[in-house]
Design a protein around this ligand. Structure first.
Ligand SMILES: [Fe+2]
Ligand SMILES: [Fe+2]
Length: 275
């Protein structure tokens, strides 16, 4: 029997090794789209995702204040930057499969699943690209410590579907749009052509992930007859513990369906206290 989409998601979430996780993720995404192209809608099913995804033994996960900072102008600094992005991408793979499995009980149109499967597939590619760059530079994912807090947003919103959409794609992934151009510049100045190409791919595809978040957030607001902007502000204040920091990439955010009045009013507010 073909596994359901939720079962595929849980299989990815419970695979620890990064390259094995992304290979499985890409295989499942290919199977999903092959079925969709033949006109089928594979069963979504239900499955219980783990509270936290499986992770490899390395990297060591440290509290953000304990992760050493390195200057981006040095080769070590650039390796640290690639390592940090690889870590974000690996978490992003799990975040997209997690939203599929965790909220599978909410009836959504087929396009919703298409979007998150595509996003998970792209994050898998992004992780592999970052690993390739690290390995070309004589390092690898796991060689440096990484942030432990990446799964926090998922745990905080494990029971709030709209909260998940508000915080993960519409705040965290949108932040990626703000900072990636500066990162691309660091590698361009260093003449690191492969890293520039990889980061440009990531930058282009992340716009889509933010857009999926905005699209399905608005869809659910419409379903429940709620004002999207008001609901967004309330959910970010409730679940997001960081600060929304300008400068924002207003143009890319607009392209991704994030209007100015969604995030500017939240900028530099005192963030919600962690419980
Ligand atoms: Fe990504
Ligand atoms: Fe993404």
């Amino acid at each position: 029997m073909q596994p359901t989409l939720s079962e595929m998601a849980v299989e990815v979430l419970t695979t620890a090794d990064g390259r094995a996780k992304t290979a499985l993720s890409r295989r499942h995404a290919a199977a999903w789209f092959a079925a969709r192209e033949s006109g089928a809608l594979p069963e979504i099913g239900t499955a219980t995702p783990p509270l936290r995804p499986a992770r490899p033994d390395a990297p060591a996960l440290l509290s953000p204040r304990d992760v050493p900072r390195r200057r981006p102008g040095t080769p070590e600094g650039r390796i640290a930057l690639l390592h940090a992005v690889a870590h974000i991408e690996l978490n992003a793979v799990d975040l997209h499969w997690d939203i599929i499995a965790r909220f599978a009980h909410v009836k959504m149109p087929p396009g919703y699943y298409d979007d998150w499967v595509k996003a998970a597939d792209e994050e898998s590619k992004h992780f592999n690209l970052m690993c390739d760059c690290l390995e070309a530079a004589g390092s690898h994912y796991g060689a440096l410590p990484a942030h432990a807090g990446m799964w926090r947003a998922a745990e905080d919103t494990a029971e709030d579907f709209m909260g998940r959409l508000a915080v993960v794609p519409m705040v965290l992934e949108a932040r990626g749009l703000d900072v990636t151009p500066g990162m691309i510049e660091v590698f361009r100045r260093a003449g690191a052509v492969d890293a520039v190409t990889a980061l440009e791919t990531i930058y282009a595809e992340e716009v889509g992930h933010v857009a999926y978040g905005s699209k399905w957030f608005h869809f659910l607001c419409g379903r429940h007859d709620m004002d999207p902007k008001e609901v967004f502000h309330g959910l970010v204040r409730k679940y997001f513990h960081g600060a929304l920091k300008p400068p924002f990439n207003d143009e890319k955010r607009a392209e991704a369906g994030l209007p100015l009045d969604f995030y500017w009013p939240l900028a530099e507010e005192t963030p919600a206290k962690a419980p």
